[in-house]
Design a protein around this ligand. Sequence first.
Ligand code: SAH
Length: 227
Amino acid sequence: MPSALNERQLSGIGMTSARARQRMIERLRARGIDDEPLLNIIASTPRHLFVDEALAHRAYDDSALPIGFGQTLSNSYTVARMTSLARSSSSMEKVLEIGSGSGYQTVILAQVSGVVWSVERIAELQRKAQDRCHSLQIRNVRFRVADGHWGWAEQGPYDAIVCTAAPESVPEALLDQLSPEGGVLIIPVGDQQQQRLLRCTRVGDSFQQEDIEEAFFVPLIATQASL
Ligand code: SAH
């Protein structure tokens, strides 16, 4: 697992950033995130590098941030919650992420996973996400530009699938690509008025679905058939 974020990357944008990061971690604890190793990873990951410089001062606030193309980087609670839900019930050896976006969730996942495969439909966003992984020396991520509704079948089955955009119903292909030995899918489902975050667990050919909480994600856009 990579741990090699260097001093310059960790020092962020000065003392303000160190305090802002600590406040962010305290807010996550207050909202019930109690996975300490994950909180340490979030504290040491430079979230400000995943947004435009003009927004860097807001990177540790409790908000989602624009990343271009009408897309958003989820707030830190959402990233922490999805990652801890996946981690608490999966070995995280093989992980599929749908919606690379800025690459922030990807980099958090990469630090708690064996290998992450990440699918994004907008090539320009993915290129930037890839550059950020590279500059943070995160080496266990593979990227692909495609419609995430179809997952990444060739690399499955996955111990965990984390989807960071909301379809109207759970895509069959993602369920099919879960490991039959307890694979978990963490996914928001619904429209722009109402969404629920779900955890679907596969054991053999049966699927159990848990409703976790309200969610707020951009839509998972249907583009094309499997590439
Ligand atoms: N996890 C991201 C935030 C993602 S926002 C982060 O940490 O920054 C949701 C992302 O899903 C956007 O980048 C959007 O382009 C992507 N997306 C939407 N529909 C998609 C689809 N059908 N296939 C793949 N990616 C999709």
